[in-house]
Write a protein that binds this ligand. Structure first.
Ligand SMILES: N[C@@H](CCC(=O)N[C@@H](CS)C(=O)NCC(=O)O)C(=O)O
Length: 224
């Protein structure tokens, strides 16, 4: 019997995009279920009762939640075109940096994006320091694990897309070729790969979405 693979996602989620790319790189057929996060479907809440978030991958009726966990599940289930390094130390380092990306880097860039003007310089220093750490991981490499796209490229994929969207909205350049030569060249290689390029959400829609989010964060609280 053919396997049943379903992906619950939204059109814009950078976390879900990791799984779209992984399934594409592995050549796995799947069904997409687009969620409206303002009105989550009963299925999403059933499959991810703890967080109620996308992405959720459902494989033959079994749900897997959290994008980095799903990436590992995909890699271990369909072993061709491996995403994670095979060496245990390399693998643990890949997990470490992926967690750093979500826990520290993404948060610091978001803090900068929603900072009021007076707090922007301090927020920028934190974001740039974190970006510098990623830059160092890319020295002498085309992709994070060498010559082909792998787990960490997918985990950091949002940098290639969302950072430039936030930069455009803030009218501020964070990742430039002079300050971040390795990261800039990685972004170019990553964006140029057809498997990646073909899946980007529409940029104009993303700009509007993030603009609205920023305005909502920066709007003064209305008195009660
Ligand atoms: N750590 C989660 C984060 C997923 C996440 O934050 N997804 C957002 C969409 S980008 C979501 O579903 N938000 C709905 C909510 O917070 O209720 C992962 O890696 O999968």
């Amino acid at each position: 019997m053919a396997e049943e693979v379903k992906l619950f996602r939204t059109w814009s989620s950078p976390y879900a995009l990791r799984i779209v790319w992984a399934l594409k790189l592995k050549g796995i057929e799947y069904e997409t279920i687009f969620e409206d996060l303002t009105n989550k479907s009963p299925s999403l809440l059933q499959y991810n009762p703890i967080h109620g978030k996308v992405p959720v991958l459902v494989h033959d009726g079994k749900p897997v939640c959290e994008s980095l966990v799903i990436l590992e599940y995909v890699d271990e289930t369909w072993k061709h075109n491996p995403l994670l390094p095979q060496d245990p130390y390399e693998k643990s380092m890949a997990r470490f940096w992926a967690n750093f990306g979500d826990d520290k880097l993404m948060k610091s860039i978001w803090q900068l994006f929603i900072a009021h003007e007076k707090d922007q310089d301090v927020a920028a220093v934190a974001a740039l320091e974190n970006l510098k750490l990623v830059e160092e991981q890319l020295k002498g490499k085309k992709f994070f694990h060498g010559e082909t796209i792998g787990y960490l490229d997918l985990a950091f994929g949002w940098i290639a897309n969302i950072v430039s969207i936030l930069e455009e909205i803030m009218s501020l350049k964070l990742v430039d070729g002079e300050r971040f030569p390795h990261l800039s060249s990685w972004i170019q290689h990553f964006m140029d790969a057809p498997v990646i390029r073909d899946c980007w959400p529409p940029r104009d829609k993303m700009i509007i979405k993030f603009q609205v989010m920023r305005e909502n964060y920066l709007a003064p609280a209305t008195p009660k």
